[in-house]
Ligand binder design. Structure first.
Ligand code: ADP
Length: 705
């Protein structure tokens, strides 16, 4: 601004308005500058002064202040310590008084008084106890076999119950031993040397007593549970006494039905009998051995027990209807007694015992142990296991005898019930039936075949020297297999037809059990057809089909479904007579529904409804007959050759049928196709089949002799 003023001053010659403005601005600028300068100078002066004071006055002043503060602290602490010192003077009267009060209070602490009303104060009302009751609806459908709250003792459960009882008894013993051990260790602790710290000792021992008491209580509760269960099982088993446990699912025929059929109708009605599936002895073998009978068998089913001494020995021999008197003796070996039935299965036994008081003795194996069983009909069938005493004598509930025969004789003569619970009294010993042969009656020769259950032998009957075929059942097979094995015998023994293989007897006196049959010399039809294929004429093949139809017509009339009709299960006898054999799968029912799976089913021989729904009727056998006739004309060929079972089944369902084997007469093939009608009701029955084949045979001028 000064430069500008000087410039104007020079230019304008020190006058003019412009110069005034510039001078004005110059003065203002000057003023601003000088003021700022002065402020600066003053500030510097202030700073210099402050700096000086900071060092000489302020900083020392701060230190001084700090020092004063510290001193104040110290003074305060000093005062506190002085108070503490004066208050904590253990010698002061006040302190001693406090000490005294604390001591008195501690003295007055009594643990048992402290929690005197603890229980009352803290107890709460327990929740309602849970009631455990048997839901009766669960057993409604069990036909009375299962009862609410009651253990079921039968052949399926008895062993389990016995094992359970043993386990429980062992558990109780173990429990008691544990308790004794705990008590012992407690006493040891109580008598142990006390350590110098008596108080600690006492406390440890109280704690251990407490733990032991808790353990003992738990064990006692456990034992109570086990004792209750033991009681329950024991009383259920005691109920059984020496009786054999009843069968849970007895599939055998109803005893009452048998009585009605046989006694009321005289000659048993064939349909009812064959349906029920048991033997009609008088129809098949004529008069059997005379049954044993006491002269005056009591008429009431429950005869009062007689005292041994009072009535004396009852007459043990009796003349049976017009026969020789037969006595119950004790001088034979048990196996030779006529009323001893060896290992005849229970299902067969119950068929023989038809009236109250009928009895027999047999053997059974349980858990590899051979037991002798007295089976009695007494309002149902009862089976009593002969008990052996420590001295090796035999008894039921009454006195013991050195031999089983004497025991049975005593029961029979005394009229005492075998057990109090059963009330069963022995009236009539039931002798072995004609077909119950002794194993020793048969001499096995060479092996001629192999069956499902064992080998098949050509054999000789000792008494007659007749040659027979004997099917054996492997000793190692389980019991239920043995029963199945005998099933064939049971079915066969009621049939008598030239085209059905004949039963001669069963050997069940001891193992191995055997089925004795007529020997059919040509062996299996399948092997026969294959071996002789080139020599067999159409007429002979047709005759074979007629034989099979005749056998099947007979079975159909008896309501017997074979279920395994095939060339391999037919036998060829003299003059190429075909006989139906292998009744292992047979059932005597109009309709049989398989419910236990379809194991080992001969798929290619079985009708679709049997495969698909397990429904068997004689019309299923008709389907199989069609396949059998096909096998005959194919001279032992394999049906549905080249097809797996499932493929054949699938193709049949879609309408496929095997073509006729070469040279099969048209009529015969038409019959096969009718046998293979998908709907069973569209198939012919065996009566119709027989007449068709008979007409065809006549055309071939076949001799039927
Ligand atoms: P499983 O029924 O146990 O299978 P089979 O009845 O099929 O036993 O018999 C097996 C074989 O024993 C037959 O194929 C046949 O060769 C022979 N066989 C069976 N029974 C007789 C018999 N009564 N006469 C001659 N041979 C027989």
């Amino acid at each position: 601004m000064r430069c500008k003023f000087e410039e104007h001053y020079v230019k304008s010659g020190r006058g003019g308005r412009k110069l005034d403005d510039v001078r004005d601005k110059y003065q203002k600028a000057c003023r601003k500058l000088h003021l700022t300068h002065n402020e600066y100078v003053l500030l510097l002066c202030e700073a210099v002064e402050f700096e000086k004071d900071f060092r000489t006055v302020l900083l020392p002043g701060l230190l001084e202040h700090q020092q004063l503060l510290q001193e104040a602290y110290i003074a305060t602490w000093k005062q506190i310590f002085q108070e503490i010192t004066s208050n904590s003077d253990l010698t002061s009267e006040k302190f001693r008084e406090i000490q005294k009060r604390i001591e008195t209070s501690l003295e007055n602490i009594k643990p048992c008084d402290e929690y005197n009303d603890f229980t009352d104060k803290h107890k709460t009302t327990p929740t309602e106890p849970v009631k455990f009751t048997f839901d009766e609806s669960l057993v409604e459908d069990s036909a009375g076999k299962l009862l609410p709250d009651q253990l079921t003792v039968d052949n399926l459960t008895v062993e389990w119950l016995r094992t359970k009882l043993n386990d429980l008894e062992a558990g109780i013993k173990e429990n008691q031993e544990k308790r004794t051990a705990i008590r012992g260790s407690q006493e040891g602790l109580a008598n142990g040397k006390s350590s110098p710290n008596q108080e600690l000792n006492n406390r440890l021992s109280t704690a251990s007593v407490d733990i032991s008491r808790k353990e003992i209580n738990e064990l006692k509760c456990q034992e109570r549970k086990m004792l209750k269960q033991t009681e329950l099982i024991r009383s259920a088993l005691n109920e059984l006494g020496c009786e054999e446990a009843p069968t849970a699912c007895d599939l055998s025929i109803d005893n009452q039905t048998f009585i009605t059929n046989s006694s009321e109708q005289g000659d048993a009605a064939p349909s009812a009998v064959s349906k029920a599936g048991f033997f009609e002895p008088h129809r098949m073998f004529g008069l059997l051995r005379k049954p044993f009978r006491r002269k005056s068998a009591p008429s009431s089913p429950v005869a009062p027990p007689r005292s041994r001494g009072g009535a004396g020995r009852r007459e043990s021999g009796a003349a049976s209807e017009g026969g020789d008197p037969v006595a119950l003796t004790t001088n034979k070996a048990l196996v030779d007694e006529e009323w001893f039935h060896g290992v005849l299965p229970r299902e067969e036994v119950v068929r023989l015992l038809t009236s109250d008081g009928d009895f027999l003795v047999r053997e059974t194996t349980r858990n590899d142990e051979c037991q002798t069983v007295l089976s009695v009909c007494w309002g149902g069938h009862k089976h009593f296991i002969v008990q052996t005493t420590n001295e090796g004598h035999f008894r039921f509930e009454g006195p013991a005898f050195p031999s089983i025969q004497e025991l049975i004789l005593y029961q029979y003569n005394s009229g005492s019930p075998v057990t109090g619970r059963s009330g069963a009294i022995l009236h009539k010993p039931i002798p072995r039936e004609r077909w119950e042969l002794n194993n020793d009656d048969v001499i096995l020769n060479d092996k001629i075949g192999r069956g499902n259950f064992g080998d098949v032998y050509r054999a000789q009957l000792k008494n007659s020297n007749d040659m027979v075929a004997v099917k054996t059942c492997r000793v190692t097979l389980p019991e239920d297999h043995k029963k199945k094995f005998l099933q064939e015998g049971r079915i066969l023994k009621q049939y008598d037809h030239p085209n059905i293989v004949k039963l001669i007897g069963i050997c069940v006196q001891k193992q191995p059990i055997m089925i004795v049959m007529e020997l059919v010399p040509g062996g299996s039809l399948l092997t026969f057809l294959r071996k002789k294929s080139s020599n067999l004429t159409e007429a002979q093949l047709m005759k074979m089909c007629l034989d099979a139809a005749a056998g099947m017509r007979y079975l159909e009339s008896k309501n017997c479904i074979h279920r395994d009709l095939a060339a391999r299960n037919c036998l060829v006898g003299y003059n190429n007579v075909v006989k139906i054999s292998d009744f292992g799968m047979s059932r005597e029912e109009e309709e049989y529904i398989v419910s236990d799976g379809m194991k080992q089913i001969p798929i290619k021989w079985t009708a679709p409804e049997a495969l698909n729904f397990g429904k068997y009727t004689s019309l299923c056998d008709v389907w199989s007959y069609g396949v059998l006739a096909w096998e005959v004309f194919a001279r032992g060929g394999t049906p549905y050759s080249g097809m797996s079972n499932s493929k054949a089944r699938e193709k049949i369902d879609t309408g496929y049928r095997m073509p006729a084997p070469e040279n099969t007469p048209d009529e015969m093939y038409r019959l096969m196709l009718r046998c293979w009608e998908y709907k069973p009701e569209s198939r012919p029955n065996f009566e119709q089949i027989y007449s068709v084949v008979e007409t065809l045979c006549a055309a071939y001028r076949v001799s039927f002799c």
